[in-house]
Design a protein around this ligand. Structure first.
Ligand SMILES: *Cc1c(COP(=O)(O)O)cnc(C)c1O
Length: 343
């Protein structure tokens, strides 16, 4: 099976597993795991932040950040396609007690005017506008990369209005490689930011959330409270350090492969439109002769290629280190065969 379902489906390589063997470990909740401390220091530095904390998932990074920045009843401003809205089980409401104020930005990237219009005037009637969240890259925007200047302008405008700012950097390193702009410049102006190790970087577990020393101290309280404090996490963070050393530059290969797939699908009669391919995600809207996205995905799976429907007539295809040009050929051929069948 050629797996284009998600970049989360990579398997840790032998070299990545071997990185664990000699990693020094200790109890992370007493700051005694040298490998985890080294990873946190490295990610804090990468993102231009004072401190960082290792967490089991990106979802926990987002939800801890929301709960630290907000009080119950506050309002969070972000795009409608944000992961915090569609894929975190309603956690902003369930865990932090906040309201979401979704915006409709092109490819998940709202304008300054859209954010300005969403901000509420302070009053005892209205919820308090409290947090702006941006996603870099925008997953359901087709892996869209915010130009770094715009990302910073959004943070500055939100901060001027008294909001805290948070950057969901699940695929920030894809944006770094695609833009050639270092990670700390993407995160500049944001109060908190995180990167995932389980997406394009190819690790089995882990994400690191960064911010000010005070922010991370508060984040640690929730990490413990919500059961995210672990023990000898050096066995996990050794793989994350390995990924930072070996798996960042190669993201360019994933981007090249995604562009190739996007271009080929643009010529397939089953596809009406392909969103611009900035990084490792291809989002394709189906043309009238095609069946619905779930049916097409099922047929593709029968032909050996796994993709994910992300709307009734929308498919997402993700490239990563476990798919190559031969896999892309198989995927493109499968689409061509289905187009012939549909005739
Ligand atoms: C995957 C993802 C997350 C959540 O990360 P998990 O480790 O799966 O919890 C958050 N935001 C975005 C944009 C993602 O793609």
């Amino acid at each position: 099976m050629y797996n284009f379902y998600s970049d989360t489906q990579t398997r840790p390589s032998r070299a990545m597993r071997e990185a664990i063997l000699d990693a020094p470990v200790g109890d992370e909740r007493h700051d005694e795991d040298p490998t985890t401390l080294a990873l946190c220091e490295r990610v804090a530095d990468l993102l231009g932040m004072e401190a960082a904390v290792f967490l089991p998932s990106g979802t926990m990074c987002n939800e801890i950040a929301i709960a630290v920045h907000c009080r119950p009843g506050d309002e969070v401003v972000c795009d409608r396609v944000a992961h915090v809205i569609y894929a975190e089980g309603g956690a902003p409401a369930a865990l932090a007690g906040v309201m979401m104020h979704p915006l409709d930005g092109p490819r998940g990237m709202p304008s300054l005017d859209q954010v300005a219009a969403a901000l509420r005037r302070p009053s005892s009637f209205a919820p308090r506008s409290r947090l702006w969240i941006a996603e870099q890259t925008v997953n359901l925007g087709g892996g869209a990369v915010w130009p770094v200047e715009r990302l910073g302008e959004m943070a500055a405008a939100a901060a001027r209005a008294g909001l805290a700012t948070h950057l969901d950097g699940a695929r920030l390193m894809n944006a770094v490689v695609a833009s050639g702009v270092e990670a700390r410049r993407h995160a500049a102006g944001y109060d908190s930011a995180w990167i995932a190790f389980t997406k394009g970087l190819g690790c089995p577990v882990g994400a690191v959330l960064a911010g000010s020393r005070d922010f991370i101290r508060d984040a640690w309280v929730l990490k413990r409270r919500w059961g995210g404090a672990m023990r000898q996490t050096g066995v996990l963070t050794a793989m994350c350090l390995y990924a930072l050393d070996h798996n960042v530059d190669r993201l360019a290969d994933d981007h090249r492969l995604a562009r190739r797939i996007g271009a080929a699908l643009g010529d397939n009669p089953l596809i009406g439109a392909v969103l611009p391919v900035d990084t490792n995600i291809v989002i394709a809207d189906l043309a009238p002769p095609a069946p619905d996205a779930p049916a097409l995905a099922a047929r593709l799976a029968e032909l050996g290629a796994r993709v994910i429907p992300v709307g009734p007539r929308r498919l997402r295809i993700v490239t990563h280190m476990d798919v190559d040009d031969a896999a892309a050929d198989a995927l493109i051929d499968a689409f061509a065969r289905l187009a012939d069948e549909t005739g």
